[in-house]
Design a protein around this ligand. Structure first.
Ligand code: AMP
Ligand code: MG
Length: 281
């Protein structure tokens, strides 16, 4: 998954459970990664006849449902556009307008905005079945918890400062929960003095430019958290707040380009000054 993965577990036989978890992550990557030519998703993109098994179909259906729910802000079929920018390779470059337009017309799957969250869900389930009572996984900034901390206190998850250095603050979560951040600092390149990041506006095929540096989503379901963090980044603050007010299944923290932080009333954010977003707003 082109990232560092950290796993902390408490329970019986943690080494064995951790290696089962590593095997599962490898399997998920081999199935869903579009940078692997022979993955299931790459074969599907090439138009090969692939049969969906009972674990694969729900993932694609859920991605499509979250795309609908976010009115296309999360768009799992931006694969050709992402490839044109070279975000998956070492050849990152600004594509010509006509190439972007042609790529937008293609419908190629890319679950880069959903997979780490999905993997978090799957790992938490596997670990609990393997007899692990509590754990915390960090899949490249996608944090998944289950159980409580050994002292029964909530987990405290740092939210990265887009400028680097110490976290800007923390959110507190209990039990099975995912804390997923989409930020413009996570993957980017510079060309002719302009910075281009990896979260694309599906309307334009270009990096979403909505005045945000990051959005963190806190949600029981990891894949939903991952898709929504990407979608909320694309929507920008105002639309994202409206979307949250109409939803009931997640909390969120926004960090703006001007440094201002907004957090929903139950996000349990602390550590920095912020404006509370409530349903009455
Ligand atoms: P994330 O870091 O979870 O926000 O996801 C960003 C990754 O998802 C990118 O590296 C792309 O592979 C893919 N992606 C970029 N823009 C979008 C979008 N609007 N909807 C869905 N996936 C996207
Ligand atoms: Mg995401």
């Amino acid at each position: 998954m082109d990232t560092v993965i950290q796993i902390r577990l408490w329970g019986e036989n943690p080494e064995k459970a951790a290696s089962q978890c590593a095997a599962l992550l490898t399997e998920l990557e081999n199935t869903w990664s579009v940078t692997k030519e022979d993955s299931f998703l790459s074969r599907l993109n090439r138009g090969e006849t692939v049969s969906l098994d009972e674990t694969q179909k729900p993932v694609l259906e859920k991605a499509e449902a979250l795309s609908l729910r976010t009115e296309g802000a999360f768009q799992p079929k931006l694969g050709a556009v992402i490839r044109a920018w070279g975000f998956c390779e070492d050849t990152k470059t600004v594509p010509e307008q006509k190439i972007i337009e042609a790529a937008l017309r293609k419908e190629e799957w890319d679950l880069g905005g959903a997979l780490k969250g999905y993997a978090g869900d799957q790992c938490a389930e596997l670990l609990q079945k393997a007899g692990i009572q509590r754990g915390i996984l960090n899949l490249g900034g996608n944090v998944q918890t289950f159980g409580s901390k050994p002292d029964n206190a909530p987990w405290s998850i740092g939210i990265q400062n887009p400028e680097g250095g110490e976290p800007v603050g923390t959110v507190a979560v209990l039990g099975t929960m995912a804390v997923v951040t989409s930020g413009d600092y996570q993957r980017f390149f510079e060309q002719d003095g302009v910075r281009y990041h990896h979260i694309l506006d599906p309307e334009t095929g270009k990096p979403a430019d909505t005045g945000l540096r990051s959005v963190t989503v806190i949600c029981k379901d990891g894949m939903t958290a991952d898709c929504l963090s990407t979608a909320l980044f694309v929507m920008g603050l105002d639309k994202g707040v409206e979307f949250w007010q109409e939803s009931r299944d997640f909390e969120a923290v926004w960090i703006c380009e001007n440094g201002k932080i907004y957090a929903t009333e139950k996000a349990a954010f602390s550590g920095a000054e912020f404006e509370v977003i409530s349903r009455e707003n």
